[in-house]
Ligand binder design. Structure first.
Ligand code: HAM
Length: 423
């Protein structure tokens, strides 16, 4: 039997994993600078957490969850996103009582959605996300957006487009909701079953329908921005003015509604402009979720966050031809000739590694020429050639592979010598 990888998943092979490590490290560093702390939650949670948290009228809950019963008859779901889990942990660990507020968290880990796989849309993908809970200061909205933009910029991505919208507070949303129902109701039979279902439950979701997106009522639908009350308007204005102060360009798009139910006030997406990226241009999405903590059984605490997938980020980097500064080479490769030298190799390699050098050697009994070739292939800066003669003099031939220059060095001074040659 031939085993195949499940549809919509991928192996990250050794030639690509350094890119992942580089990006993940960048995310860790950036969060450190912004003072966000890492939260690690389980890969599966009670199903109910997502039906309540993400919302039972969303595509994620209706069509995309990997849900299973465990042997104890509990319904569990592989997490489709990270916000609900972060909020669950915030409530369960009583983070609202911590001295330092807001609580600023981030996560990097796999998420699972049963979607139709295509480039940039996987069934298992890795999200980097941040969540700031406990503050409804618009300055934190601009901080969260700034962090996401910084990651892309520092990695060298260009043609980014930040799109923001306000979904308003509860009062504004209710007004808008009624306007949407009045707008769609008379002709709802012309819409798909999902939209009909959502009319009363969550009419905002109709605006996000892919099947009916060209229906004329979509374009004339009432805009949320016309229904914002004064405090929502003021909030949105402040977020915008902070972004401008920070030199972050943005566009306001009143049709941006996002695919999850928990949002209010600020919603945003970061896209990449330009050709060659296929159908999917959204790299990152996020927004404010002031009612979610309560919905999940906690106190009334506001929150805002975003998530982005590393898969889409890598696609964008590749499309734009951005080379990450990866250092995959070796400091040195040990080439041995003869039994005595081979016998000495493990100790020598072990000593050099203990001193922090990145080194490798031959385990296939290759001839000298083939060992030098391997050193070249592995991008070693030096080949360290050890034969009977060198051993007898307690020394080793250090050959710089780029120039071909070589020098005899005492074995006792080898690591120090290699360090001194590093620029
Ligand atoms: P989301 O818009 O569902 O939001 O996903 C955020 C990002 O995850 C997307 O912009 C995209 O980069 C990536 N993504 C989503 N689905 C896939 C997929 N099937 N394959 C590859 N990448 C994908 C959320 O998940 C919210 N939890 C974001 C958030 C955090 N809002 C507040 N805090």
């Amino acid at each position: 039997m031939n085993f195949k990888i499940p549809r919509g998943t991928q192996d990250i092979l050794p030639e690509n994993s350094p890119k992942w490590q580089y990006i993940e490290q960048k995310a860790h560093d950036l969060c450190r600078r912004y003072n966000y702390k890492e939260l690690r939650t389980p890969i599966f949670e009670q199903t109910e957490l997502f039906t309540r948290g993400v919302g039972d009228t969303t595509d994620i809950v209706q069509k995309e969850m990997y849900t299973f019963e465990d042997r104890g008859g509990r319904s569990l779901t592989l997490r489709p996103e990270g916000t609900a889990s972060a909020v669950r942990s915030y409530v369960e660990n009583k983070m609202h009582g911590w001295a330092d507020q807001p609580v600023k968290l981030y996560y990097i880990g796999p998420m699972f959605r049963y979607e139709r796989p295509q480039s940039g849309r996987m069934r298992q993908f890795v999200q980097f996300g941040v969540e700031a809970m406990g503050s409804d200061d618009p300055a934190i909205d601009s901080e969260v957006i700034g962090l996401a933009m910084d990651l892309y910029k520092e990695l060298g991505l260009k043609n980014l487009k930040l799109v923001i919208n306000s979904l308003g507070d509860k009062e504004s949303r209710n007004q808008h909701r009624n306007a949407l129902i009045n707008h769609f109701k008379p002709r709802i039979s012309e819409f798909c079953g999902d939209c009909q279902d959502r009319l009363e439950k969550n009419p905002l979701r109709i605006l996000d329908c892919k099947k009916d997106r060209d229906h004329e009522l979509m374009k004339s639908a009432p805009s949320i921005l016309d229904y914002l009350n004064d405090s929502s308007k003021e909030y949105f204005n402040k977020v915008q003015s902070y972004l401008s102060d920070m030199g972050i360009a943005y566009e306001v798009d009143a049709t941006l509604v996002r695919g999850l139910d928990y949002y209010n006030n600020t919603a945003f997406e970061i896209m990449v402009d330009g050709e060659g990226f296929g159908a999917i241009t959204t790299l990152c999405g996020g927004g404010r979720y002031n009612g979610l903590v309560e919905e999940i059984g906690g106190p009334s605490a506001p929150g805002i966050g975003f998530a982005l997938s590393i898969e889409r980020l890598l696609m964008a980097l590749e499309t734009q031809g951005v080379e990450l500064p990866l250092n995959q080479g070796l400091d040195a490769y040990l080439v041995v000739m003869g039994d005595e030298a081979k016998k000495r190799a493990p100790k020598l390699l072990h000593e050099m590694r203990a001193k922090g050098l990145t080194v490798d050697g031959d385990y296939m009994n290759k001839k000298m020429k083939a060992q030098i070739k391997a050193a070249d292939r592995q991008n070693a800066a030096y080949a360290l050639i050890l034969g009977e003669e060198e051993l007898a003099n307690n020394s080793i031939m250090v050959k710089e592979l780029e120039t071909g220059d070589q020098e005899l060095v005492s074995l006792d001074e080898l690591s120090g010598y290699l360090y001194s040659r590093q620029s």
